[in-house]
Write a protein that binds this ligand. Structure first.
Ligand code: ADP
Ligand code: MG
Length: 422
C-alpha cells in the first residue's frame, strides 16, 4: 500500500516538470521562478493531501518538489514551496506539529544553501547533486522521529520498523527526484539547443553576407595592388618609400580575405589524382624558409606513398596552415616533424612539434573562427584547415601538452594505396 501510494507520488512529482516542459519549452526554470514555484507548490500540496497516514506519520514525497524548486528555480520558488508545505502541514495539526514544522524547515536548509550555486554545475553533476540532496530530508526525518520518541518517552516497539520504512521511502524519493532532475535537464538541453540552432542560422546568413562583401572587396584590392606594383617599378629613385609597406599590408589583407572565403565556402575547383607524399615534400620545401628563420628544424619522415583524389591546392593550403602554426609555436632549436603513414584505407599525416603546446582550454577552442593567441594572428588558419579536411571526408585531430608540444593528425581517404617502403 505504501509503495503504491508513493509511486503515485512519483508521478505527481513529475507532473510539474512535464507541464512546464510542455508549455514553456524555451526558458530556464529560473527565468519564471513564480510559475515554477507555483507548479511545485501545487505538487507539494497534493503530496500532503494524498499522503498515506500510518503509524502517526505522513508518508509522502513532499520534499521532492521542495528540493526541485530550490535547486532549479532558486530561492523564490523554493520559498513558495516551503511556505505551502508549512501551511498545509500546520492545517493538519496533531501532537507532533512542532516537530514536523521544525523538520520541514531543517529539510529545506541544504536545498536552500545549494540553490545559489546549483545551476553553475555540469548537467550530469546536477542530477547527481539533486539525488544526493534528496537523502537529506530522510536524515532529518529519522533524527526528528528519534527525538520525538525520546521526548514523548513512549517506547515505540515499531520504531525500527518505521525507520526501515523511512529508508525504503527514501530510496523512492531519491529515485523520483533523480528522474525529475533528468527530465529538467532534458528540457534545459532542448531549449539550449534551440537557441544554438537559431544562432547558427543567423551566423550562416551573416557569413554569406560577409563572404559576398569579401568577394567584392577582393577585386578592387587586386587592381590597387597591380597599380602599386607598377608604381614601385617606376619609382627607381625611391621617392615613395612607403610602397613596399603598403604592398605588404595589401598582401596581408588579401590573405585574410582568401582565408575567409575559403572558410565560408571551400571550393574544390579541380579534382585530380596526386601523390600526398609529393605534396607534403613540396609544402615542407615551401615552409623551410620560415623554419630556418625561426631556428626550427623541419623534418619530413616516412616514405609511404599515398594517392588521393581531391583538390590539390586546397589540401596544400590546409597543410600549410597547420605546419605554419607548428613552426610558429616552436621556439628556436625545436623540431617539427611531418610524417605520412597508411592505416587501412586512410592516409595518416602527423605534424608533431616540440613547441609550447596548448592547455585543454585552448585545445577546446582551436578551430573556432577568429580564435588566436598571436598579436598578428587572424584565427582563420586552423578553421580553414578543419573545414577543408572535413570537406574532403577526412578527419583532423589535435593532441597537445603545454610545454611539450602538439601533434596534429590528419586522416584522409585514400584513392589507391601503393606501399613502396617504410
Ligand atoms: P593564427 O595562426 O592566425 O593565430 P590559427 O587558426 O592558425 O590562427 O591558430 C589559432 C591558435 O591556435 C593560434 O593562435 C595558437 O594559439 C593555437 N595553435 C595552433 N596550432 C598550434 C600548435 N601547433 N601549437 C600551439 N598552439 C597552436
Ligand atoms: Mg595560423
Amino acid at each position: 500500500m505504501l509503495t503504491e501510494k508513493l509511486l503515485l507520488h512519483v508521478l505527481m512529482v513529475l507532473a510539474p516538470v512535464l507541464s512546464y516542459g510542455f508549455f514553456f519549452e524555451r526558458k530556464y526554470f529560473s527565468s519564471f521562478p513564480y510559475l515554477w514555484g507555483a507548479l511545485q507548490s501545487i505538487c507539494a500540496a497534493f503530496c500532503i493531501i494524498f499522503a498515506y497516514h500510518d503509524g502517526g506519520l505522513f508518508w509522502d514525497l513532499r520534499y521532492a518538489p521542495l528540493i526541485l524548486a530550490f535547486l532549479y528555480g532558486g530561492k523564490i520558488s523554493g520559498g513558495m514551496v516551503l511556505g505551502t508545505i508549512l501551511v498545509c502541514r500546520a492545517a493538519y495539526g496533531g501532537e507532533a506539529l512542532v516537530f514536523a514544522l521544525l523538520g520541514i524547515v531543517l529539510a529545506a536548509l541544504i536545498p536552500f544553501l545549494l540553490s545559489g550555486i546549483f545551476m553553475d554545475y555540469h548537467p550530469y553533476k546536477r542530477v547527481k547533486m539533486a539525488m544526493i540532496t534528496g537523502i537529506w530530508p530522510i536524515v532529518v526525518q529519522i533524527f526528528i522521529l528519534l527525538s520525538f520518541t525520546a521526548y514523548s518517552s513512549e517506547i515505540n516497539s515499531s520504531l525500527m520498523d518505521t525507520i526501515f520504512r523511512l529508508l525504503t521511502f527514501g530510496i523512492i524519493q531519491v529515485l523520483g527526484i533523480g528522474t525529475a532532475a533528468r527530465l529538467n535537464e532534458l528540457i534545459i538541453e532542448r531549449s539550449l539547443m534551440k537557441k544554438e540552432i537559431q544562432k547558427a542560422e543567423k551566423l550562416n546568413t551573416m557569413g554569406e553576407l560577409a563572404a559576398s562583401i569579401a568577394h567584392e572587396v577582393r577585386n578592387p584590392l587586386t587592381v590597387v595592388k597591380g597599380f602599386l606594383q607598377l608604381m614601385q617599378k617606376d619609382d627607381k629613385d625611391q621617392r615613395h618609400p612607403y610602397i613596399p609597406l603598403v604592398l605588404s599590408e595589401l598582401g596581408r589583407a588579401e590573405v585574410i580575405i582568401n582565408d575567409y572565403l575559403n572558410f565560408a565556402k571551400p571550393e574544390f575547383k579541380q579534382l585530380e589524382h596526386f601523390s600526398l607524399a609529393q605534396i607534403l615534400s613540396d609544402v615542407c620545401v615551401l615552409l623551410n624558409a620560415l623554419a630556418v628563420k625561426q631556428g626550427v628544424e623541419l623534418k619530413r619522415e616516412g616514405a609511404a606513398e599515398a594517392l588521393l583524389l581531391t583538390d590539390r591546392n586546397q589540401l596544400r593550403q590546409a597543410l600549410v596552415n597547420v605546419i605554419k602554426n607548428a613552426i610558429e609555436a616552436t621556439p628556436s632549436g625545436g623540431t617539427v616533424t611531418v610524417s605520412l603513414s597508411l592505416s587501412g584505407d586512410q592516409a595518416v599525416v602527423s605534424i608533431a612539434d616540440t613547441g609550447k603546446g596548448m592547455t585543454p582550454e585552448q585545445l577546446s577552442r582551436i578551430g573556432t573562427l577568429f580564435y588566436t593567441t598571436k598579436d598578428k594572428g587572424t584565427g582563420l588558419g586552423t578553421t580553414v584547415s578543419v573545414k577543408i579536411i572535413e570537406s574532403m571526408q577526412g578527419k583532423i585531430s589535435f593532441k597537445s601538452e603545454p610545454g611539450k608540444g602538439t601533434e596534429v593528425t590528419l586522416k584522409l581517404p585514400l584513392h589507391k594505396k601503393m606501399n613502396i617502403s617504410y
